[in-house]
Design a protein around this ligand. Structure first.
Ligand SMILES: N[C@@H](CCC[C@H](N)C(=O)O)C(=O)O
Length: 275
């Protein structure tokens, strides 16, 4: 039996497991079974919180997609992690530093109850995404069934491709997202965002997540969209990203600078399950 919490960030939902007080290990098959929305707990990602692996860090943060694969980063999950470790008494700090597969991240629980995350510096070079394009650019194109799609590519620790559309409601998220997430342009797959500009400081966004499908919100997807919005469309440093599950505040001063994301993190229930 392991104890866990069910949490969500704007409807992007998680099974969160305390791997500090419990000895836990998950196989790909176990994660897939737990992710099943009819026979398991049901979630987009499983978050496993482990003891720190280095001195200046509070926790090590691991993320598994619903398909069982471990991935590098999850923005909505990071906010839930901050709320989880405080609620479960794993720390009393308001400022929490975690390591992930791809580096370090600082989380802060704000007075207004929201959680702010310093997501680090967005990476734009094709080999850091990774993406099979020789030269870095702010706009790339890909051909799908004879139609060419322009996109921006960003690594927020994990790979993102962002396509600007006229009407996000009409975007073929499943068809185009499903084809591009596994396109050979992206050797490790990619999360595919569909972004509509609303104003200089507002976009709407839907994301087809790698290893999951369309989710109600994607934190790193919102960060990547803000980067593309600024680079391709000269939008503001501070923008609101409206996702199907709610909105996030993103603040990115520009190239080479760290990006901050702020939004909610909710605990739904706590439970026990046999693995
Ligand atoms: N929902 C997440 C991203 C989770 C990982 C992603 N599906 C990937 O494979 O990179 C977020 O809030 O950032």
């Amino acid at each position: 039996m392991i104890s866990f919490a069910k949490m969500h960030g704007l409807g992007n939902d998680f099974m969160v497991v305390d791997g500090v007080s419990q000895q836990v290990y998950f196989t790909e098959g176990q994660v897939r079974k737990l992710a099943d929305r009819h026979r398991g707990v049901g979630f987009d990602q499983l978050l496993l919180i482990e003891p720190p692996q280095q001195p200046d860090v509070d926790f090590h943060y691991r993320i598994f997609n619903a398909d069982g694969k471990e991935v590098e980063q999850c923005g909505n999950g990071a906010r839930c992690l901050a709320r989880f470790v405080r609620t479960m008494g794993l720390t009393w700090k308001h400022k929490i530093r975690v390591s992930t597969m791809r580096g370090l991240m600082n989380l802060q629980i704000m007075r207004n109850g929201l959680v702010s995350v310093d997501m680090g510096v967005p990476q734009l070079a094709p080999d850091t995404i990774p993406m099979r394009y020789a030269q870095q650019d702010i706009r790339y194109s890909v051909n799908l069934d004879g139609v060419s799609y322009e996109f921006g590519a960003v690594s927020m620790g994990n790979p993102h491709c962002v396509i600007t559309v006229d009407d996000v409601e009409k975007a073929e998220v499943d068809r185009i997202g499903g084809a591009l997430t596994q396109h050979n342009l992206f050797p490790e797959g990619a999360n595919i965002g569909f972004m509509q500009k609303i104003a200089h400081d507002e976009v709407r966004l839907r994301v087809f997540e790698r290893g999951v499908g369309e989710t109600q919100a994607c934190g790193t997807g919102a960060c990547a969209a803000a980067v593309v919005a600024r680079l391709q469309h000269n939008m503001n440093q501070k923008i609101r990203v409206y996702l199907p599950g709610g909105h996030l505040h993103i603040d990115w001063p520009g190239d080479g600078e760290s990006l901050k994301m702020m939004g909610p993190a909710e605990l739904v229930y706590q439970g026990y399950i046999d693995l």
